[in-house]
Design a protein around this ligand. Structure first.
Ligand SMILES: *[C@@H]1O[C@H](CO)[C@@H](O)[C@H](O)[C@H]1NC(C)=O
Ligand SMILES: *[C@@H]1O[C@H](CO)[C@@H](O)[C@H](O)[C@H]1NC(C)=O
Ligand SMILES: *[C@@H]1O[C@H](CO)[C@@H](O)[C@H](O)[C@H]1NC(C)=O
Ligand SMILES: *[C@@H]1O[C@H](CO)[C@@H](O)[C@H](O)[C@H]1NC(C)=O
Ligand SMILES: *[C@@H]1O[C@H](CO)[C@@H](O)[C@H](O)[C@H]1NC(C)=O
Ligand SMILES: *[C@@H]1O[C@H](CO)[C@@H](O)[C@H](O)[C@H]1NC(C)=O
Ligand SMILES: *[C@@H]1O[C@H](CO)[C@@H](O)[C@H](O)[C@H]1NC(C)=O
Length: 608
């Protein structure tokens, strides 16, 4: 009977040995020490040993990320036989010369404990090529364990030497995770493991594009960023989305043009997928991935609404009782996506990835506002713009052409934008000096609502004015800052309309050039939903006396109206108010009805 593999006895109290204290060896040492194992570095060079130990001393805490109860010790040895005593794991990171590797494994076969796992970090040789002087039984304990460069990249790939015991992989996967590394198993011997092969293909084709003069490095990199980083595409998901029949068709074209084999592309897809009706996302059989289970029947057609609850109407409100909610389009089913938020205000959904972006105001007047993102697929929340850089972020809008997030900062008296990952945060409007207490307190400078019109090349924002004062305004400016101008000197800011009761959130319909907004000011015209017709360039029509015309109050009698969201395809506008209502009405304001009411909620932003 086949005897199953058992982990090295008492391995928790036995050391991990790294052969080679160079740049990589010392980093691998750090990983294992951070996971609580005692580490021994072996290197013939005094200097390398000294530097290796110093590196581990200085960096081990940051590798541990505060997650470890115990950090292992580190020692350095000149002689390999001294280092090996009692080791449960040896990782060789000696120079990449095959004869040296063969001799090293021969020595390990004899001198390492006979239950010790032996790993090679070699990327250019399979461990099977290093086995010629190794006994049959020891081969079962040998594998490739290839680290990319930690701590920038905490990935490790594990690969069999052709004989490695199955049990070693699951055991090492668990130990790798203890060291905060992300392990991947190559299921067969493969020159280049997994990632290096992927990278090899990308390099090869990139170089061909350059060699043929088809493109230039800058543009290739921008294209990559746009498609794979901003667009968040991944190879297998993207093929499923494109359709495997289409992928095969395109590959067959390359097969003909280049005279290459179709075995691993067209034939593989046809035999294993297309023949069985597995064509990707569009097919009920799935594709490379299994079919996506359809959601509950009542929202399988409609995308649900996403709405924010400020949290201040809760039974026992605190500054962090806000939440991000999902509401079915019939208004009947509400569920919490993210809880314990600090006064959430503006929200938008990226239609390409379904990620939900929103702002938390934090405590108004304090620099503790933030911008966050919730990824439905991963069920994770991430802070994009951290506390301390912004004051009181309000409505948020997405430019899905340039992949930019726009948002107003009320007490910061400004408008900002940044990338979808939070990088390149830039202030694009400064409506007053927030450091001047008089200007900061003047609500005429308070930027609140925002909408972006990529086709018109403009963005629009509201400056609400003191509560119910009739001093509210809406402005526009160009998405591209005029050449040679700065934040302080930009001359493209225009007041679209003024004298409004208290305008809050905004949205533009670029097709009809209608600008819509909510207003929470005083009756008769406050607490309303409003619309302004703009011209084809996105500017307001003015009368000869300078008044803005083509302005209409579409609907009134809201209870502190805040959020709005257009669904032009369905002739619908959704509006929220602080009184706990979510309404829907036609684009012309008619047929208003309450879609959802909850007196324990105070609704702000809304999206879908
Ligand atoms: C281990 O892998 C890394 C990453 O490929 C490489 O830089 C390093 O040279 C390898 N070390 C050895 C000795 O195999
Ligand atoms: C939210 O806060 C409540 C009350 O403090 C707590 O019980 C709950 O675990 C928190 N939820 C999350 C996801 O942190
Ligand atoms: C999403 O994560 C939260 C904790 O962050 C958990 O309570 C919830 O059950 C998860 N939802 C799903 C669908 O996995
Ligand atoms: C306000 O003061 C901070 C800190 O001194 C400074 O960084 C910032 O530029 C000032 N803002 C303006 C608009 O003057
Ligand atoms: C703003 O953009 C518009 C339309 O692209 C352009 O006509 C105008 O000159 C720009 N304004 C400034 C100040 O550059
Ligand atoms: C909105 O319109 C789409 C088609 O454009 C339709 O599938 C959906 O059911 C409609 N949603 C509502 C809530 O009317
Ligand atoms: C909307 O209102 C108009 C008149 O105001 C009416 O003719 C129409 O039937 C209404 N539509 C719906 C869907 O209720």
């Amino acid at each position: 009977m086949h005897q199953s593999w058992t982990p090295p006895q008492n391995y928790r109290n036995r050391p991990v040995v790294i052969l080679g204290a160079g740049v990589l060896g010392r980093r691998i040492g750090c990983i294992w020490a951070s996971a609580g194992f005692d580490v021994r570095l072996r290197d013939p060079s005094d200097q390398q040993r000294e530097d290796g130990l110093a590196y581990i001393r200085e960096n081990v805490a940051s590798y541990a990320k505060g997650s470890e109860d115990r950090i292992g010790t580190a020692q350095a040895f000149e002689r390999i036989e001294d280092a090996l005593a009692d080791a449960w794991l040896v990782i060789e990171a000696v120079p990449e010369k095959i004869q040296l590797k063969i001799d090293t494994f021969a020595q390990l076969d004899i001198q390492a404990p006979n239950d010790c796992i032996l790993a090679s970090n070699s990327s250019s040789y399979r461990s099977s090529e290093m086995l010629e002087k190794v006994s049959e039984s020891t081969r079962k304990r040998i594998l490739n364990m290839h680290y990319y460069m930690p701590p920038q990249c905490m990935v490790v790939e594990l690969m069999t030497d052709g004989y490695t015991e199955e049990g070693i992989f699951s055991f090492l996967v668990e130990r790798c995770k203890e060291g905060n590394t992300l392990p991947f198993i190559a299921r067969k011997e493969s020159t280049g493991f997994i990632f290096n092969r992927l990278w090899a293909a990308v390099k090869r084709e990139t170089l061909s594009i350059l060699a043929e003069g088809v493109s230039v490095p800058e543009e290739i990199d921008t294209l990559w960023t746009e498609m794979f980083i901003n667009g968040r595409s991944t190879p297998c998901k993207m093929m499923d989305q494109v359709g495997l029949d289409t992928v095969a068709f395109i590959e067959s074209h390359y097969v003909q043009e280049r005279g290459i084999s179709s075995e691993n592309t067209v034939d593989y897809l046809t035999q294993n997928y297309i023949k069985h009706g597995k064509l990707g996302t569009k097919s009920s059989q799935g594709g490379l991935y299994p079919p996506v289970k359809s959601q509950t029947t009542d929202d399988s057609e409609n995308s649900p609404l996403i709405v924010l609850d400020l949290g201040l109407s809760a039974a026992s409100p605190t500054m962090t009782s806000g939440s991000v909610l999902e509401l079915s389009t019939d208004g009947k089913h509400m569920k919490t996506l993210v809880e314990n938020q600090s006064l959430p205000d503006g929200v938008a959904v990226d239609p390409h990835t379904n990620r939900v972006f929103w702002t938390n105001m934090g405590i108004p007047g304090k620099n503790d506002g933030s911008v966050l993102v919730f990824d439905r697929q991963e069920n994770t929340t991430k802070e994009l713009v951290s506390k301390s850089s912004i004051n009181t972020p309000k409505q948020l809008a997405l430019d899905t052409v340039a992949n930019k997030i726009y948002f107003c900062d009320r007490e910061g008296l400004s408008v900002y934008r940044c990338n979808f990952d939070g990088s390149q945060l830039e202030k694009i409007v400064q409506a007053g000096n927030p450091n001047d207490s008089k200007e900061a307190a003047d609500a005429r400078n308070w930027c609140v609502g925002i909408t972006v019109a990529p086709k018109l090349g403009k963005f629009y924002w509201t400056q609400k004015g003191p509560s119910k004062s009739g001093q509210g305004r809406i402005f526009s400016a160009n998405i591209s800052l005029p050449a040679d101008q700065s934040l302080a000197s930009r001359t493209d800011i225009e007041c679209i309309i003024d004298g409004l009761p208290e305008p809050i959130d905004l949205e533009i319909d670029e097709t009809s050039c209608f600008l819509y907004w909510t207003d929470r000011g005083e009756i008769p015209y406050g607490n309303s939903l409003n619309r302004l017709q703009l011209d084809k360039s996105g500017n307001a029509f003015h009368t000869s006396t300078g008044d803005t015309h083509n302005f209409k109050v579409l609907s009134r009698h809201f209870n502190e109206a805040i959020g709005l969201k257009l669904d032009t395809k369905n002739n619908t506008i959704y509006v929220t108010d602080l009184g706990g209502n979510i309404y829907r009405c036609d684009l012309n304001g008619e047929n208003k009805s309450v879609l959802h009411f909850d007196k324990l909620r105070a609704f702000t932003g809304i999206a879908f």
